[in-house]
Design a protein around this ligand. Structure first.
Ligand code: SF4
Ligand code: ZN
Length: 709
């Protein structure tokens, strides 16, 4: 049988199953029964992306199947095979969505099934920074569980996001490997159709970040081919259905690597036979042209970004350092060149093996740096990265910052020989690696002696933190000479530009003005460029001729002009990875804000994913704006429309996070005390009429502001 025949036969088989499943569902629930995946604004994202049609109920689904049938042409040209592959994928999506009918939750831990829109938005930044260099889709059962686990771990150690479909899910579970989005190993499901949940991620990335018009199949495939670094590893034996799915993957630009040798012909760069499973990793990276940044650090456990989200539970921990109970701190200090001996690491006080199992201890680590181009403004930028660096250590967990940090060292890491000096090695290597343009020399001092820690915390660190806070407070949009662009997200949102100012950080929440300044210093031709602000056009909305010129240039002409302070007039664009989205709520004359973590409804009548889908892809959408959490308390938040006083609703958790700073801003702007109490949340209402009544009762300032529309 030729490869074409296998694709067609697999496609026919899945089509038959899909037809049966849809008919059975109609018999059971009737044609009008609603169907959609949960936590997405795109209903059936793959079908929507390919055709531009949103399926809402079983009747639509049946019609959609008719559309799929038209893709299943049977002439024996390459395009027929690709389209049949796409048709197979769409059928898989139909079968999977039926599992969710009637509010069912078909997947149980550790299996994921469908992934929410919010998960894709979170992936935005690590994908553009190369922190996640690729996405592996592993399908079927490895020849042995050991080989399967080794393959998964090899990708994990490179930071690659691994998704699992079929027997491999059981193989990693049996081996006791911990899985989950937090460690970048996501078991999707055991049926082959669950592979659609990763395809759905790729296609939604195109809609969310790429501003691809739903239904524009040609550009959709171009986008996934050029910008989504995914590939497939399919274990033998391959049945026809898997072969058909593989054709779909190849149509999207994702190479398939397999150890199957029977009835397969090789397609250069697309369908590659590699009989040695231990070489799948190398073969895949080469086929998809993925480069891995290697940081060689001399420690006894793994170091990879995939471990960043790993959690060490109390019962798994050897010792912990807890700044909320005892004196701890982490600090970067700039020194003279002569004061720093490069790569010197000192541990002053007892090491982990001298501490009691399960005990709470003090720690203070001071990273002393020297360099011709070093500036004290970069100290907090470097220091904030410690959280990521230490978290990348397998079996070590870090939260918090400054003197409110906590570190746990797991028993497994301790057993492997991990000691405090290794934290020094990690900090040293990471700082030198990432900040080489400003740090010429670096040494690390790690104190665990409690008295020493108390002394450093109070007499050195807190003094430094206070000084830095004063500096931050003095940084306003007016007080600085220049702003910065950030175009990191152009990898996915080709025309998106963030203009980063002291009072308006990047919408991802990860790039402040100081960060952008440091990025520019580290790499003058990199993603952050200086933007002058010498030629104001309209101070009210924050529009400058120089900013417009920069935005035109960095968006390759896609964007004409932007304002810094308005949500209605020439608002800044969004890429897709924003922490929060705000949108106008007409009845109350204000805005509602939702954060990515919030799963519920808002008074606008849309959830976070739905609101988020209103903007993105580097396009201006007046009335909707993606932004960072920190921006909510800024005096520049919607300044043109009256400022933070426009905020009428936020999820409770978000409100609590920003309340303190927001209240200070509101006091200054409107002389209102405890402004956050006037803002409604989901525990108060998500209904616009009730919201209005609540605001009236509280005397909310938005009610007396000028109409926004
Ligand atoms: Fe992307 Fe803007 Fe964040 Fe830069 S600042 S990473 S462009 S969202
Ligand atoms: Zn982004």
């Amino acid at each position: 049988m030729t490869l074409f025949d296998r694709v067609f036969s697999g496609n026919d088989a899945v089509y038959g199953l899909t037809e049966q499943a849809i008919n059975a569902a109609i018999d059971q629930y009737g044609e009008d029964k609603a169907v959609s995946f949960p936590h997405t604004a795109y209903s059936l994202p793959c079908y929507y992306a390919v055709t531009g049609t949103k399926v809402t109920n079983l009747k639509d689904l049946k019609e959609a199947l008719g559309v799929v049938k038209t893709l299943m042409t049977r002439e024996k040209r390459l395009n027929d095979a690709f389209m049949s592959g796409v048709a197979t994928a769409l059928c898989a999506e139909f079968i999977e969505v039926l599992k969710y009918i009637d509010g069912a939750t078909p997947y149980e831990e550790p299996l994921y099934g469908h992934l929410a829109d919010a998960v894709i938005r979170e992936l935005g930044v690590p994908l553009v920074t190369g922190d996640i260099p690729g996405v592996a889709v592993i399908l079927g059962s490895a020849p042995t569980a050991e080989e399967g686990v080794a393959l998964v771990k090899s990708y994990q150690a490179q930071g690659i996001l691994v998704t699992l479909v079929g027997g491999i899910c059981d193989q990693v579970a049996e081996a006791g490997m911990s899985t989950g989005a937090n460690v970048r190993v996501i078991p999707l499901g055991k049926d082959v159709t669950s592979v659609i949940h990763v395809v759905s991620v790729a296609l939604r990335a195109a809609l969310i970040f790429g501003n691809i018009t739903p239904g524009d199949a040609a550009n959709l495939m171009k986008y996934t081919f050029e910008r989504v670094p995914a590939f497939v590893n399919a274990f033998a034996p391959l049945d026809d259905v898997i072969v058909a799915c593989g054709a779909g993957a190849i149509a999207l630009g994702f190479p398939v690597i397999t150890n199957e040798t029977e009835n397969i012909f090789r397609v250069p760069k697309s369908l590659i036979v590699q009989t040695d499973v231990s070489k799948f990793n190398a073969t895949s990276l080469e086929a998809r042209d993925i480069k891995i940044k290697i940081t060689n650090i001399d420690i006894p456990v793994a170091f990879a970004s995939a471990f960043e989200g790993e959690i060490i539970r109390r019962k798994e921990m050897q010792v912990e350092f807890d700044g909320s109970r005892v004196d701890c701190c982490e600090l970067v200090q700039t020194k003279e060149m002569s004061e720093v001996e490069d790569h010197k690491i000192e541990v002053i006080g007892p090491d982990v093996d001298e501490m009691e199992l399960g005990s709470k201890n003090s720690i203070a680590y001071v990273v002393e740096v020297a360099g011709k181009n070093m500036q004290s403004d970069f100290e907090p930028v470097i220091e904030r990265k410690f959280h990521n660096y230490i978290n990348c250590i397998e079996g070590v967990y870090h939260t918090g910052q400054r003197d409110m940090l906590r570190i746990r060292i797991g028993q497994a890491a301790f057993g492997a020989g991990f000691r405090l000096r290794h934290i020094g090695e990690v900090l040293y290597a990471s700082v030198k690696n990432e900040f080489e343009a400003v740090v010429d020399k670096c040494q690390v001092k790690i104190y665990t002696d409690p008295e020493k820690c108390t002394d450093i915390r109070h007499n050195v660190a807190q003094v430094t933190f206070d000084k830095r806070d004063d500096r931050l407070k003095s940084l306003t949009d007016e007080s600085v000479e220049v702003y910065y662009s950030c175009i990191l997200c152009q990898a996915f949102s080709p025309s998106h530009v963030c203009v980063v100012t002291p009072e308006r950080l990047g919408l991802c929440g990860a790039v402040s003005w100081l960060d952008a300044k440091a990025t520019n210093e580290l790499d003058p031709n990199g993603p952050c460029q200086i933007i002058t602000k010498e030629r104001p056009i309209d101070e009210r909305i924050g529009e400058y001729e120089d900013v417009n010129e920069a935005v035109r240039k960095f968006s390759q002409g896609a964007l004409e002009d932007v304002s810094l302070y308005s949500i209605i007039e020439k608002p800044m664009t969004s890429c897709g990875c924003f922490e929060c989205i705000c949108g106008i709520e007409p009845l109350s004359n204000g805005v509602c804000i939702a954060n990515r973590e919030y799963a519920g409804m808002t008074p606008i009548g849309m959830t976070f994913p739905e609101l988020a889908s209103m903007t993105g892809g580097g396009v201006q959408t007046p009335g909707f704006m993606g932004h960072g959490k920190h921006f909510i308390a800024s005096k520049k938040f919607m300044k043109a429309e009256g400022g933070v006083g426009r905020i009428v609703w936020m999820p409770k958790e978000l409100k609590e996070t920003v309340a303190e700073r927001l209240n200070v801003t509101a006091k200054e702007l409107y002389d209102i005390d405890n402004f956050s109490d006037m803002i409604a949340d989901e525990t108060i209402t998500t209904d616009p009429e009730e919201l209005l009544a609540f605001l009236e009762e509280k005397g909310h300032p938005a009610l007396s502001m000028e109409p926004m529309m």
